[in-house]
Design a protein around this ligand. Structure first.
Ligand code: KIV
Ligand code: ZN
Length: 523
């Protein structure tokens, strides 16, 4: 089917091998059900060919390819086979139920592989190419032949094998960079020259299959496409043998975003890329690196103040694609030590706060101090900080500093400095534990009769650098006040909570005496 405005000659077939080359890498094994789930998603998102497994490898692989062949609605379902007849027949059996099926047969063609791995002469390899392709054609008209270690294969021999494979019935010719050794210019030249030199090359689609050992799998694949290949073999999240394969999400988005330089297109629905990445990461337990292109969790996250400021003014300042293009709901402004005032104010608005002037400035200063101590500042941290800022704005007693000595060789000792109605006072007290020492300082600095009724600590967010949120209840003359304090240091949070409660008591006392004065005046 031709999409309007897009020429069929520029259409690149996406051949996904997550379930074969991807699953083949150490630790990425998937269960039968997980393979079915991945295959269904690949089919829905518009992948053209799903390489579902290597049927002769195990009963499990056979069953998965067979079931995927039965269930897949749109994509071609492909089974891998070495050049031997047993492999080809097993693959042919496995793909039988598919609406559209392919056998992908391969053999090594490089001198090093032929000599050491296969221990075969080139002529024997050549004969196996012809025999395996012809055998595969008994099962399906769609046969792919791969020259394993193609980039290290002697060029004349490669061209002879390709020509013979096409003559024997191969409809796709894949020239893999099996060991991830090539560089883009070289790979471009290789694909171009094979296409030019092989007389019947126009009767097959050329395919690229690049490994990422030198981090060039995507660049090499795209170079191959520029040289005339029209199929890319790739995997979700780039999983695969050793350093992995070209990442599907990267090749698809490179051709979309840079269509001016790479004027090709695919049938993949890019808005499903994030979902596919998450699914494959979950079923393989292979985490996606945070800064992974397209699908890493930081791919659309901005922390630096300059970047956040730019993003808030115009998203194109720092984003070359919209998060929604790849199925991410929105850009996230990650609040951290590099965030500026603008982003902080924007975050507060998002959280429903309206701070202005000094209050906003004070909250920002405290946010910066927190971000210096904590890697990631979550929304909950900001809420705790701002709630406290609002609550403490009118306070008579403010915590200036606190240091505590604690540990196994008591006594625990706290040194605290407070600002009480604009005057600073300092005290040092011992206690039965660091919290007791801290609270003894407050009692010494601000003598009071209130009784501590409750002291509770919990973490605002997860992780060992999470903020502690402490609740304190003080009661005086039968009436209680409760207050909270938050800080990454539990003792500072405790002091803040106690002082907040004490400030509330003072405020209540003041309101009470005001009421008494009013009633005396009135009386
Ligand atoms: O990397 C490779 O050469 C392969 C072949 C089986 C195509 O995975
Ligand atoms: Zn491979």
């Amino acid at each position: 089917m031709t999409t309007p405005g897009k020429s069929e000659k520029d259409r690149v077939v996406i051949f996904d091998t997550t379930l074969r080359d991807g699953e083949q890498c150490p630790g990425a094994t998937m269960t039968h059900e997980e393979k079915l789930e991945v295959a269904e998603l690949l089919d829905t998102m518009g992948v053209d060919v799903i390489e579902a497994g290597f049927p002769i490898a195990s009963e499990g692989d056979f069953a998965a390819v067979n079931e995927i062949a039965r269930r897949t609605k749109n994509a071609v379902v492909c089974g891998l086979a070495r050049a031997g007849f047993a492999d080809v027949d097993r693959a042919g059996e496995a793909i039988k139920p598919a609406r559209r099926s392919r056998i992908h047969t391969f053999i090594s063609t490089s001198p090093v592989h032929m000599k050491w791995k296969l221990q075969m002469e080139p002529q024997q390899v050549f004969e196996m190419v012809v025999a395996s392709v012809a055998r595969a054609r008994n099962f399906t008209d769609d046969v792919e032949w791969s020259s394993e270690d193609g980039t290290r294969t002697e060029r004349d021999f490669l061209c002879r094998c390709v020509e013979a494979a096409i003559k024997a019935g191969a409809t796709t010719i894949n020239i893999p960079d099996t060991v991830g050794y090539s560089v883009p210019e070289e790979y471009f030249a290789l694909i171009k020259s094979v296409r030019e030199r092989v007389p019947n090359s126009d009767q097959a689609r050329f395919s690229v299959h690049c490994h990422d050992d030198l981090g060039m799998a995507v660049a090499n694949s795209l170079a191959g496409v520029r040289a005339g290949a029209r199929q890319i073999e790739c995997t979700i999240n780039g999983i695969g043998e050793r350093a992995g394969n070209a990442a599907l999400e990267e090749v698809v988005m490179a051709m979309r975003v840079r269509n001016d330089a790479l004027p090709f297109w695919t049938g993949v629905d890019a808005t499903m890329l994030t979902r596919a990445s998450k699914l494959v990461a979950a079923v393989t337990s292979f985490p996606v690196q945070y800064n992974k292109a397209i699908v890493g969790r930081n791919a659309f996250a901005h922390e630096s103040g300059i970047h956040q400021d730019g993003m808030l003014k115009h998203t194109q300042t720092y984003e070359i694609m919209q998060p929604a293009d790849v199925g991410v709901k929105q850009t996230s402004l990650v609040m951290g030590k590099h965030s500026g005032r603008h982003a902080f104010a924007h975050k507060l608005e998002e959280l429903g706060y309206r701070l202005a002037g000094n209050q906003l400035e004070d909250a920002f200063v405290r946010f910066k101090a927190l971000a210096d101590r904590k890697k990631l500042v979550y929304d909950e941290d900001i809420e705790a900080l701002v709630d406290e800022e609002i609550a403490t704005a009118q306070d008579h007693i403010k915590l200036v500093s606190l240091s505590v000595i604690a540990g196994t060789h008591g006594p625990q000792r706290a040194t605290m400095k407070l600002d009480v109605d604009g005057k600073s006072a300092i005290e040092e007290c011992d206690g039965n534990g660091p919290v007791d020492a801290t609270f003894n300082c407050i009692k010494a600095l601000v003598p009071h009769e209130a009784v501590l009724e409750l002291y509770q600590v919990h973490a605002v967010t997860e992780g060992t650098d999470a903020q502690a949120e402490v609740s304190v209840r003080l009661s005086e003359n039968g009436r209680a006040v409760t207050a909270k304090g938050a800080d990454p240091d539990t003792l500072v949070a405790s002091a803040k909570a106690y002082l907040a409660a004490l400030n509330k008591l003072l405020a209540r006392r003041a309101r009470g005496s005001e009421r008494r004065i009013h009633s005396t005046e009135a009386g």
